[in-house]
Design a binder for this molecule. Structure first.
Ligand SMILES: NC(=O)c1ccc[n+]([C@@H]2O[C@H](COP(=O)([O-])OP(=O)(O)OC[C@H]3O[C@@H](n4cnc5c(N)ncnc54)[C@H](OP(=O)(O)O)[C@@H]3O)[C@@H](O)[C@H]2O)c1
Length: 386
């Protein structure tokens, strides 16, 4: 029986994780859950899975929850509450699926408590890859990817020698605007941008998939997760989202991992590794399947180029990119800037920021706050101009 803690239990990854746990009560037991503000869903999850500890984002949410569950479970609040849920005794593995930079501190708390990690929150590695991987090695824990691309690479590396790898190829669907005329991009609405053709995901990652900054964040994530130089990680547009990523070896062989686009596949693999279990993901129908691959167009997707530049610059710059993107996506969803404003906010923030090394988590968090403020300044100045 594996004890599982889930950070972000009320989100898209969290709900899929609980679906898998529901199928395998003999294998998994929920130890703790961390959510944001969705008290109603968290209450249902507490009733069904009986965790010993939960956390919510605000005092108000905690009060509301307390009233409805009558002291059956320990309730934490805010970032500290999420960190306590992450380190709560009895868990073997922690699913890190809070969205955005808010996932970093609780994930670090889980690592420091010696838990294995199933990582969906890519921001943890984007912001603090060197620090996080150092800690993972020191504690000798296992960091399993949940991102479908990284899960695919992990699977394609299994049984092969690392020195035989030529490059990693991350696939990208291209999102909803792959074929939209470039001139129209400045006028697309949040609803259009949220309407991903292949995946059902949270709002932030859906917008990031439309700008392709998500693929840039994944390049940075792959750099740390697989200890691979940036030049050996490439991106291929693959609209069918059936090949989840590939590894090319020095003999010319390419090992690809395929499956239906459903996160239950990679989540279940991270939970049950090295075994495989029934996940609830549909089987891939191979009949009539055609696969296309193309180079990403950086004119259409400038955010991908910006993310790769931030990785080359190193230090705190990937965290700066991430913070600027979070501020810009929030502004876009609120109708304050246009879709093409997102890459302009990121570019301006990266240009204006004075780089530093970021040797400690505190330095990274400071850079994150400073970059967010800077980005908000640019958003205020741009507002109304799209
Ligand atoms: N969805 C996917 O298919 C997918 C695929 C690969 C990677 N990922 C990554 O997985 C992470 C989660 O994505 P998602 O799509 O599941 O997002 P989501 O549906 O928006 O869910 C986010 C979760 O985080 C919680 N949360 C947000 N801010 C919080 C905070 N400050 N403190 C505590 N909890 C907070 C939310 O709580 P409330 O809802 O209760 O407010 C919710 O449980 C992201 O890093 C994303 O990039 C997602």
């Amino acid at each position: 029986m594996k004890g599982v803690s889930i950070l972000g239990s009320t989100g898209s990854i969290g709900i899929n994780t609980l679906d898998i746990i529901r199928r395998h009560p003999e294998r998994f037991k929920v130890v703790s859950l961390a959510a944001g503000n969705n008290v109603r869903l968290l209450k249902k999850q507490i009733d069904e899975f009986a965790p010993r500890c939960v956390s919510v984002l605000t005092e108000k949410a905690a009060l509301e929850l307390k009233r409805s569950i009558q002291g059956r479970v320990e309730i934490g609040v805010g970032i500290e509450g999420a960190a306590s849920a992450a380190a709560f005794p009895g868990a073997d593995i922690v699913v890190s699926a809070i969205s955005g930079a808010a996932g970093l501190v609780p994930t670090m708390a889980a690592i420091k408590a010696g838990r294995d990690i199933a990582l969906a929150n890519k921001e943890t590695l984007v912001m603090a890859g060197a620090i996080v991987m150092r800690e993972v090695k020191k504690r000798r824990i296992r960091l399993m990817p949940i991102d479908s691309e990284h899960s695919a690479v992990f699977q394609a590396l299994e049984g092969h020698r690392r020195q035989d790898v030529r490059r990693i190829i991350l696939t990208a669907s291209g999102g909803p605007f792959l074929n939209t005329p470039l001139k129209r991009l400045k006028d697309v609405t949040p609803e259009e941008a949220l309407n991903h053709p292949r995946w059902r995901m949270g709002r932030k990652i859906s917008i990031d998939s439309a700008t392709l900054v998500n693929k840039g964040l994944e390049v940075i994530e792959a750099r740390w997760l697989f200890d691979m130089a940036a030049e050996r990680i490439s991106v291929a547009i693959h609209p069918q989202s059936v090949v989840h990523s590939m590894v090319e070896y020095i003999d010319g062989s390419i090992v690809a991992q395929m499956g239906a686009p459903d996160m239950k596949g990679p989540i279940s693999y991270a939970l049950s590794y090295p075994e495989r279990i029934v996940s609830g993901a549909p089987a891939l129908d191979l009949k009539g399947l055609s696969l296309e691959f193309a180079e990403p167009d950086l004119k259409r997707f400038p955010c991908l180029g910006l993310a790769c530049d931030a990785l080359k610059d190193g230090g705190v710059m990937p965290a700066v990119l991430n913070a600027a993107d979070e501020a810009a996506v929030d502004a876009f969803l609120k109708g304050r800037i246009g879709f093409t404003g997102i890459h302009r906010v990121i570019a301006k923030t990266l240009d204006a920021f004075v780089p530093s090394k970021g040797d400690a988590i505190e330095d990274i968090i400071e850079a994150d706050c400073e970059a967010r403020d800077m980005a908000k300044g640019f958003i205020n100045a741009m507002q109304g101009r799209g």
